[in-house]
Write a protein that binds this ligand. Structure first.
Ligand SMILES: Nc1nc2c(ncn2[C@@H]2O[C@H](COP(=O)(O)OP(=O)(O)OP(=O)(O)O)[C@@H](O)[C@H]2O)c(=O)[nH]1
Ligand SMILES: [Zn+2]
Length: 344
């Protein structure tokens, strides 16, 4: 990496820091002298299967993880990761593409356990899948309505702290009640040290405090139950009206269209925001960790004993979803739980 101050400023805006810099230098020192000039640090801003959308001081491009190279990094990059990119040679016919040689050590890690098959032992094993890396601050969003649940919020706080990121509690939809202070006091019981923000995402009011968190390349993410206003808040911060489609279209220098699922966005005015389904699903896993007595009771009333609660006639579960008594996310969690259970 050159010592060009403009490049450094670009990287800092992307969340670069002294810790990444030191790890990057160590990695470069291990490269043969002839290869040091060809590498550059980039951040993963989008992931689509094996293709990564990356952004560095020189702008954006696509990259793949280097195969079983001598650098043989075991780690797969996740959204938010800082990686070492080896740019494709000028004559490769693939401008803007390159190979990722290594994932730099993460500041923070959001991961979840996923079932995987151990080919050697032919058995199910639990593997940690990283869903987002290097998130600095997580907004735990709630609203003064039926969603408000201090026990659940406390679990979110613990999950965020375990990732290494800083939790900030956000009471959105402050317009729903005149007595906002009462709700804020409830949130205070979760910990006197926790920062609390009050927002009205729909009207765009009260966002100054959240914007103030986004200085100096800070990476922000939002979690919280369905309907608390995460999309509205995201759109207000990013200054756009439509919800993200998750797809961006870019064309490379040959004019070919490439589609990558981008989930790390620069926030106008500074900072970055990660909005990916995996993080959102924290709420769903949380529901999955709880019990499903209500859903099981409903399922017992379905017309068919082996009802899958999808399209069957006389499905009591689907009826409850239609009436808004059960959220689709919770049903998904129940189904995710029920499937392996029925095989046991
Ligand atoms: N009254 C009020 N309603 C709001 C506010 N912010 C968002 N809403 C409304 O709350 C509803 C849900 O908002 P979303 O932003 O879709 O919620 P979400 O958390 O992204 O929900 P999921 O996408 O299901 O996870 C929408 O109808 C919003 O218009 C607010 O500050 N006040
Ligand atoms: Zn059913």
């Amino acid at each position: 990496m050159s010592s060009d101050p403009n490049e450094r400023a670009e990287l800092n805006e992307l969340g670069w820091g002294a810790d990444f810099e030191a790890a990057y230098q160590t990695f470069c020192d291990g490269l043969p002298a002839g290869e040091r000039d060809g590498v550059t640090p980039v951040r993963i801003v989008g992931v689509q299967r094996q293709t990564f959308q990356v952004r560095g001081a020189d702008g954006e491009g696509e990259a793949r993880m280097a195969g079983a190279s001598r650098h043989a990094g075991e780690q797969t990059p996740a959204i938010g990761d800082w990686c070492v990119l080896e740019a494709a040679p000028q004559n490769s016919g693939e401008p803007g593409s390159g190979r990722l040689l290594a994932v730099l050590p993460r500041r923070t890690t959001f991961s979840r356990a996923v079932g995987a098959v151990d080919e050697g032992r032919r058995s199910q094993v639990q593997r940690q899948q990283v869903i987002a890396a290097n998130v600095d601050v997580v907004l735990i969003v709630t609203a003064p309505d039926a969603d408000f649940d201090l026990e659940r919020l406390e679990r979110y706080v613990l999950a965020v702290q375990a990732s290494g990121a800083r939790p900030v509690l956000v009471l959105n939809k402050a317009d729903l009640h005149a007595d906002t202070d009462w709700w804020v006091q409830q949130l205070r019981t979760l910990g006197p040290e926790l920062e609390i923000q009050v927002t009205l995402a729909e009207s765009g009011a009260g966002l100054e405090g959240v914007r103030a968190l986004l200085t100096g390349g800070t990476t922000l993410a939002l979690i919280g139950s369905s309907g608390v206003g995460k999309s509205t808040l995201t759109n207000a911060l990013l200054g756009r009206t439509a919800a993200p489609t998750g797809e961006i279209r870019a064309s490379d220098q040959q004019g070919r269209h490439t589609t990558t699922s981008r989930t790390l966005y620069p926030v106008p005015g500074g900072g970055l925001l990660i909005d990916n389904p995996g993080l959102r699903d924290i709420a769903v896993w949380d529901a999955a960790g709880g019990d499903f007595e209500d859903l099981e009771a409903l399922a017992a009333q379905c017309r068919f004993r082996k009802c899958t609660h999808t399209t069957e006639p006389g499905c009591a579960v689907q009826a409850a979803v239609r009436k808004g008594k059960i959220s689709p996310a919770r049903l998904a969690a129940f189904q995710g739980e029920a499937a392996p259970r029925s095989r046991r």
